[in-house]
Design a protein around this ligand. Sequence first.
Ligand code: HEC
Length: 440
Amino acid sequence: MRALALILAFGSASPLLAATTGDAPTYHRDVLPVLQRNCQECHRSGAVGPFELLTYDQARKRAADLATVTDHKTMPPWPASTSEGGPFRDARKLSDAEIQLLGNWAAAGAPEGNPADAPAPREFAADWPLGTPDLVLTPSEAYEVDASGRDEFRVFVIPSGLTEGKWIRAVDFRPGNTRAVHHILSAFDTAGRAQKLDAADPKPGYKVNNGFGLLPSGGLEGWAPGKAAHAYQPGVGRYLPAGADVLIQIHYHPSGKAETDQTSVALYFATEPVDKLVRPFLVRPPSTGPLRLRPDLVIPAGESNHEVAGTFKVPYDAHLIALLPHMHWLGKDFLLTATRPGEQEPISLIRIDRWNFNWQGVYDFLEPVALPAGTVIQMLAHFDNSDDNSSNPSHPPRIVRWGEQTTDEMCLGFLQVTRDDEHLGNQPPPRLRLKDVMGD
Ligand code: HEC
């Protein structure tokens, strides 16, 4: 009788009716597993997400938002296409069925269901998932992050204390405060230049607009929320020379409260002989200037779809293991392709249709991609320097050129590759020339 009344009142498509007859998804049985797999790593206490998604109440309150952000594909954050390029490690994507499920659950009034249906709580690795590191480096002082204001970029300089050079098989990070730490990049300096910059800045570390404020002697790795550390393949490594200073660049995002942070970087030394160095390739727009170092990038004021291209010709047989795209606030989309010698059709390496300055990270390929000598890597990106771009730092827009400031622009593809014919036999690697990194 009551069911009949409901049918008359709401019609057969009624979410209420569905809920009473058990058709609608419930929190414990259907929604929680999706949140555990895709959301909780960031939406839990102490992590980068602005609220928790651990309990029924926390999810119920935001049911409509959860449906909207997943439908719009802004959450979980993963700017790269999951159908083109890659495939990448730790890629985040909800299936259409999962998106539909969150939508149906919200529409049904966010029913709780039976707690007995709930999966066991998800456990998060507390310490170092790869085991005890060989060396953990931490800045000597904690840094105080302001409660509000603009995002900050700071570089901390930590002497490695190494008395001999070491091959590194893995690098991991432990953000001191995941509410404030948005991203981490790391590199090293062997010339004491970073120490000078540190000494000139009164606070711990030194402020940068981007990058490291200098050309590092070599790169290490990056971290973004949800990125799990993994070791390079056996026989592949980074080399940290004796006496190097390790640099960690941290992107801080004000959390609304004053926070302190003291982030650690962990190094794992190679246990097997290393034959191949992880080498950088840099894809950038052309430059005609005297040193050919500064690309001729000029984005007219008001232009909403300014195209920028760059190419890089692979000088030796190589394998691509990871890449990092980089633009600033005006970036709109970014594409990297590779055309192998003798092939007409390029393959897509990464495609980002909606660039998000706040979600930049290192993308690790699941399997290394072969790039035979002569392969042409093509970068194609667009910039929106119009007044309609809410990320535009200048209103009204102004002409924007290449530069380090976040109000300047860049357009870069950093590639991490190994060289097929390299057999170092655990000897220290050769010094890289600019030509090796930037191409001809
Ligand atoms: C890798 C970390 C991460 C993951 C995974 C993640 N979020 Fe978020 N989420 C954030 C951060 C950080 C913000 C704050 C806004 C920003 O920085 O983009 C946010 C904001 C939100 C917001 C507020 C939207 C807004 O515009 O402010 C909602 C709702 C949300 N997340 C839901 C989800 C759901 C649902 C999932 C899983 C399907 C999820 N998030 C997965 C990090 C994450």
